[in-house]
Design a protein around this ligand. Structure first.
Ligand code: ADP
Ligand code: TRP
Length: 321
């Protein structure tokens, strides 16, 4: 069984990416073969600044490994190393109605905001379906923002089956209720595009400065603070054991903590949770050649699987393939 996910190299990996996609994948390591990739082609819909994409891809490769994915056991690669995915996208696009894709939320939002969206943005959900179906993944851990993309992927898998008679898995999304929508420091969804993130590998000074700047209400010191439904409270909930969160919540409600103290808790918990990964990250980034070589090895294995699946479709079309 295969669990697969991808992250776009549009910026630094953040707490939302970690809890929405990376942590659930880490937890599946015992039972699934893990496929994890840097979705560099997908990031072209955000920016075509090639050097930045390359730099971010390298950082993501280091981040995946620093957070606990062993390249000997996990298949890690960079999307653009496997062009079979784009071939599959073309076939899937022939099964996708234009009107149907118009409902895609990223495209719809870009149109509403008059952003002159590209054809690639329109096709984003089809490329994502190809990312998943090419490797015949069983389970796809993602944040809740990707729910619609997974539905489109499942629909396209059904169409491949019904219209081409191809044997295919219908992948299941894994959207964890407690971690699928981590708020950003401004209260909106945490996202690289909103510049409201807590980047896992930022310097200590940056983390301290980001957390200190989180806006809080003006509850006077000594008055009850309700951590539920607050951004800082949700970080403490994610980063600590449930019993520790309950203790902090109770003390805050009793008026024993001000927001300053709560911010200190967030900083401490964040830095201690990721202390090992943060050290490992620096070490890994000091040898970029090794990072890329390992990704190329991963791509070779993943590519074979994509070839098999693509071949099974092309054979229906042309038995000489
Ligand atoms: P971003 O929105 O920051 O650009 P990506 O689009 O690269 O992040 O997302 C990579 C993965 O992380 C996806 O599975 C996505 O659903 C998940 N994710 C992104 N932001 C969050 C969040 N705030 N909470 C939970 N999961 C998230
Ligand atoms: N679209 C995802 C995002 O924006 C990233 C992604 C690309 C992905 N291909 C995927 C996630 C395949 C899971 C499976 O976050």
């Amino acid at each position: 069984m295969i669990a697969l996910t991808g992250v776009r190299p549009t910026g630094e990996l953040h707490l939302g990416n970690y809890f929405g996609a990376i942590k659930p994948l880490l937890d599946l390591q015992e039972k699934y073969v893990i496929f994890l990739f840097v979705a560099d082609l997908h990031s072209l819909t955000t920016s075509c600044d090639i050097d930045t994409i390359k730099g971010n891809s390298q950082k993501l490769l280091a981040a995946f490994r620093a957070l606990g994915f062993d390249p000997q056991k996990t298949i890690i690669w960079v999307q653009s190393e496997i062009p079979e995915v784009c071939e599959l996208m073309y076939i899937l696009s022939a099964l996708t109605g234009f009107q149907y894709l118009h409902k895609g939320h990223a495209f719809k939002t870009a149109c509403l905001e008059n952003k002159n969206p590209t054809v690639a943005l329109f096709l984003y959900p089809v490329l994502m379906a190809a990312d998943i179906l090419a490797f015949q993944a069983d389970l796809v851990p993602v944040g809740v923002d990707q729910k619609q993309h997974l539905e489109i992927c499942r629909d396209l898998a059904e169409k491949l089956r019904n219209m081409f008679g191809v044997e295919t898995k219908i992948p299941e999304p894994l959207i964890m209720e407690s971690t699928c929508a981590v708020p950003g420091v401004d209260g909106r969804k945490m996202s690289k595009s909103y510049k409201n993130t807590l980047p896992i590998f930022a310097s200590v000074d940056e983390i301290v400065s980001i957390v200190r700047q989180v806006k809080t209400d003006s509850t006077p010191l000594g008055s009850p603070l309700n951590l539920e439904n607050s951004v800082l409270g949700s970080y403490i909930k994610l980063l600590s054991k449930p019993e520790d969160y309950e203790k902090i919540k109770k003390e805050a409600l009793a008026g024993n903590y001000g927001w300053g103290k709560i911010k200190e808790f967030v900083i401490e918990l964040f830095l201690s949770k990721f202390s090992y990964a943060r050290e490992k990250y620096v070490e890994l980034l000091s040898d970029p050649a090794e990072l890329w070589n390992q990704a190329t090895e991963g791509a070779k294995i993943a590519k074979e699987r994509a070839r098999d699946f693509l071949g099974s479709i092309l054979k229906r079309l042309n038995s000489h393939v």
